[in-house]
Write a protein that binds this ligand. Structure first.
Ligand code: BJW
Length: 258
């Protein structure tokens, strides 16, 4: 099979997904790193280009890893932040945002991505499950005893920055392994999954929980589940329709006006 064919979804499957979208009152979209891959932001688990093919997640995406070598982790995130700032929304982000603007109140995007490309594409309703790579927070909120608490964005520049008054260490505003997801955002994502008629799952391996559980939750609640991914994922069994292709190729065709 030629690469060009491999990444074109089957026409009848695309038509089925388009019909489901046209009939859906509420559409939930769960996105992962593949959503931003065509904007030049690497995924995590791709065997050749994924971040975890070169780095150990325990060293770089856990409190233990940060505590062991804060400067290394800070520098790794600083480089990734630069990549996010340089990246632009791709045709997939734009297609989702255009559909949501044309159908007000009918689409919610739940993203695992820590970039801001959905927001920059003009997506009106985005729930962020794994935080924001461009934000900062204190490593340990309890170390800051100032009232009001110091602002991590105003910390003394360093690798990582440190609070000039209480000495607290700043860290990127993302969710690392073993950390709880932001409670209100996870609760909203679960409500959105429970209440949608159609869930589109785009560019996630489905390897990381609790986000991976949202597709099964939507399916059990009666939604149709459509997965857009050029490769197999761990949650393919939840899909009614599997569209084999990339986000920037498939979403404009799926979401184009009739
Ligand atoms: C394309 C494409 C193109 C390519 N177009 N597609 C249940 C069972 C087992 C384990 C657990 C469980 N529940 C919890 C756990 C533990 C753990 C976990 O899930 N571990 C698994 C690895 C086994 N989960 C956690 O620790 C979570 N916390 C938690 O559960 O807390 C509980 C708690 C409660 C109360 C108190 C305390 C704790 C936290 C998870 C945090 C994940 N963080 C990361 C890093 C974020 C920061 C950073 O960016 O550095 O989030 S890890 C990384 O994985 C990142 C991603 O958001 C996440 C998901 O990855 P994603 O998006 O799916 O990317 P990839 O690379 O895996 O896949 C890309 C896909 O795109 C592929 O399928 C490609 O084919 C495809 N693709 N190009 C479309 N162009």
């Amino acid at each position: 099979m030629r690469d060009r064919d491999r990444f074109q979804p089957d026409a009848p499957l695309l038509a089925r997904a388009r019909a489901a979208l046209a009939g859906a009152r509420q559409v939930a979209v769960l996105t992962g790193a593949g959503m931003s891959a065509e904007s030049g932001i690497p995924t995590f688990r791709d065997a050749l280009t994924g971040l975890w093919s070169r780095f150990d997640p325990q060293d770089l995406a856990s409190v233990e890893g940060f505590s062991a070598d804060p400067a290394r982790v800070w520098d790794w995130y600083a480089e990734r932040r630069e990549g996010v700032r340089r990246a632009q929304p791709n045709a997939g982000h734009k297609a989702l945002a255009a559909w949501a603007r044309a159908h007000p109140g009918r689409m919610c995007v739940v993203t695992q991505n820590v970039d801001d490309l959905h927001q920059r594409a003009g997506q009106p309703d985005v729930v962020r499950l794994h935080g924001d790579i461009l934000a900062e927070q204190w490593l340990d909120e309890s170390t800051c005893r100032q009232r009001p608490r110091c602002d991590p964005a105003a910390a003394d520049p360093g690798r990582p920055p440190r609070c000039m008054r209480c000495g607290a260490l700043a860290r990127p505003g993302v969710v690392w392994f073993g950390e709880a997801l932001p409670e209100a955002d996870l609760a909203r994502a679960q409500r959105v999954a429970n209440g949608c008629d159609l869930m589109l799952v785009v560019g996630t391996s489905g390897a990381v929980w609790p986000a991976a559980g949202l597709a099964g939750r939507a399916r059990r609640a009666g939604a149709m589940v459509v997965i857009v991914n050029p490769e197999d994922s761990e949650i393919d069994a939840q899909a009614h329709v599997l569209l084999r292709g990339t986000a920037a190729q498939v979403l404009p065709r799926l979401l184009a006006p009739a």
